[in-house]
Design a protein around this ligand. Structure first.
Ligand SMILES: Cc1cc2nc3c(=O)[nH]c(=O)nc-3n(C[C@H](O)[C@H](O)[C@H](O)COP(=O)(O)OP(=O)(O)OC[C@H]3O[C@@H](n4cnc5c(N)ncnc54)[C@H](O)[C@@H]3O)c2cc1C
Ligand code: FES
Ligand code: FES
Length: 487
């Protein structure tokens, strides 16, 4: 089958066929510089401030879903087959202000106005799925939006009142849903897309087999999933990324299979897509999940990307290693499975061969007697990278620790298990003296660095204290979880 040489998507009401789209062309530059749609703002150009928030709609198993994304770090080529909705497209029932916009006006949710379009788009996405949110739910929805002058209280009040101004059932995107679904389906011709200049090619494989073939053809291609890391290589470090292969919309990498024994997640599953299964299989990760980035980044970023980037401060590797996760790597038709902890060889080096990609992550369900915890320590609660992250999975039988996996991020050049502390716990009774000894043993496990996030001493103390907190968070006699805030 011939390749297609242009990307096709819907921008607000219009169909766009864009040829010669370079791999590193961002959606934000395209909107502002080429389409002169300047309602979408550029604040940080690194996914942090939310001023560039737009909605992206895509078909998921035939169902049209809209999510917020950061246009500054989203590449245009990744939007093939999608519906991009910018602030200019919003309207109310009678063509006036949209309910979210009217609520922002009435509740004084805007001062200089620079952040306002981004907030409106985030609140719009929230209102579509949850028209009567609680205050914590609003806070989660706007984790990825910064306002320097209004202050958040009026914005939160506007969000909570928005449903009085109009309901999602009467929204213009709801009215267009069937038509947009039809138009997006018609854009999907099942072809590989190859576009952009020769030294900056963007390639969108037709499916996962085609992705494997592309990587064999272009072993040095940059894999782009959610682009929440790769986007910054372009906007902050001006690094060339072509040829780049865009895998964010490959349905074959988006499977989520929850059985009695395992949760298997395709490498292209985003944090948002994984959330329900994670909550069901590993309830201790629910709050942790909301601490990863902000909503827009969780809508784009994938677990596969978080692992493949090899960062020592990625949030998912420590908790997945603690749970005993494995990853499936694939090259051509060949697959191999390895323990996640073995993937990380040293800082900047992973056990991934040329043309190989992460296909899925397999996480065993908890065994009887297993006590799990996940902790993230960062300077800010929201939208911040970890100074230290920890995942603990400890099995206790008849008061004795029979199995133990303690993994940390931010303590070494890779996410790493604490072998000495694990040895200090294994075979011992679950009690204070044993946990104190294990906390001391952590000093033999790690020689952390000092950097602007945290000093080495701070990291060591935090790691020890997290282990202590883990101990205190379980009733010593019954093992039942204890809420330390109320205990
Ligand atoms: C504002 C902001 C906040 C953030 N906050 C956090 C946070 O709190 N915690 C955290 O851990 N991270 C955070 N990140 C980093 C980032 O969001 C995560 O690392 C994310 O999971 C990366 O996934 P992605 O799909 O966007 O990867 P991409 O940027 O597309 O790719 C990342 C790397 O993985 C490679 N890759 C991607 N998929 C595959 C695959 N299937 N096989 C092989 N290689 C692959 C790419 O080539 C690249 O090297 C943040 C980023 C931003 C911009
Ligand atoms: S411009 Fe700040 S998140 Fe995009
Ligand atoms: S209104 Fe000025 S930054 Fe939010």
């Amino acid at each position: 089958m011939n390749n297609r040489n242009e990307i096709r998507f819907l921008l607000n009401g219009a169909e766009v066929a864009a040829g010669d789209v370079a791999a590193d062309r961002t959606l934000l530059d395209y909107l502002r510089l080429e389409r002169r749609l300047k309602g979408t703002k550029e604040g940080c150009a690194e996914g942090d401030c939310g001023a560039c928030t737009v909605l992206v709609g895509r078909l998921d198993g035939g169902v049209l879903k809209y999510e917020t994304v950061n246009a500054c770090i989203r590449f245009l080529a990744s939007l093939d087959g999608c519906h991009v909705v910018t602030i200019e497209h919003l309207r109310g029932e009678n063509g006036g202000l949209h309910p979210i916009q009217q609520a922002m006006v009435d509740f004084h949710g805007s001062q200089c106005g620079f952040c306002t379009p981004g907030f409106v788009m985030s609140l719009y996405a929230l209102w579509m799925g949850n028209p009567e949110p609680t205050e914590p739910q609003v806070e989660t929805a706007i984790q990825g939006n910064l306002c320097r002058c209004t202050g958040y209280q009026p914005i939160i009040a506007a969000a909570m009142a928005a449903n009085r101004y109009g309901t999602p059932a009467n929204d213009f995107l709801e009215a267009e849903r069937a038509e947009i679904t039809r138009r997006l389906s018609a854009l999907n011709d099942g072809k590989r897309v190859v576009t952009g200049p020769e030294d900056n090619r963007a390639i969108i494989p037709a499916d996962v087999d085609d992705f494997a073939a592309v990587l064999e053809e272009f072993p040095n291609a940059t894999i782009v999933a959610g682009s929440t890391d790769v986007g910054l290589w372009v906007t902050k470090f001006m690094r060339p990324i072509g040829p780049a292969v865009f895998i964010g919309n490959l349905s074959g990498l988006k499977s989520i299979a929850l059985t009695d024994d395992t949760l298997e997640i395709g490498a292209g599953v985003t944090y948002t897509e994984a959330q329900d299964a994670i909550r069901e299989a590993f309830p201790h990760l629910e709050a942790y999940w909301d601490r990863i980035a902000g909503q827009q980044v969780r809508n784009m970023g994938t677990i596969g990307g978080n692992i493949a980037n090899g960062s020592p401060i990625g949030d998912t590797p420590p908790v997945l290693i603690a749970l005993g996760a494995e990853i499936v790597l694939r090259r051509g038709a060949e697959q191999r499975t390895l323990r996640l902890e073995d993937f990380f060889i040293e800082y900047g080096k992973q056990d991934r061969h040329k043309s190989e990609f992460v296909e899925s992550i397999i996480i065993p369900r908890a065994a009887p007697g297993q006590r799990d915890a996940a902790y993230k320590i960062s300077k800010r609660r929201d939208e911040d990278i970890s100074s230290v992250a920890a995942g603990f999975s400890v099995t206790v039988e008849n008061g004795v620790i029979t199995g133990c996996r303690l993994a940390f991020g931010g303590m070494a050049g890779t996410p790493k298990r604490a072998a000495a502390a694990e040895a200090a716990l294994t075979g011992q009774p679950w009690n204070q003296a044993v946990f104190t000894a294990a906390g001391k043993a952590l000093e033999a496990d790690f020689t952390p660095l000092s950097d602007w996030r945290a000093s080495a001493d701070y990291r060591t103390s935090v790691a020890r204290n997290l282990l202590q907190r883990f101990f205190l968070s379980h009733d010593e006699a019954t093992g039942e979880p204890v809420d330390l805030m109320t205990a």
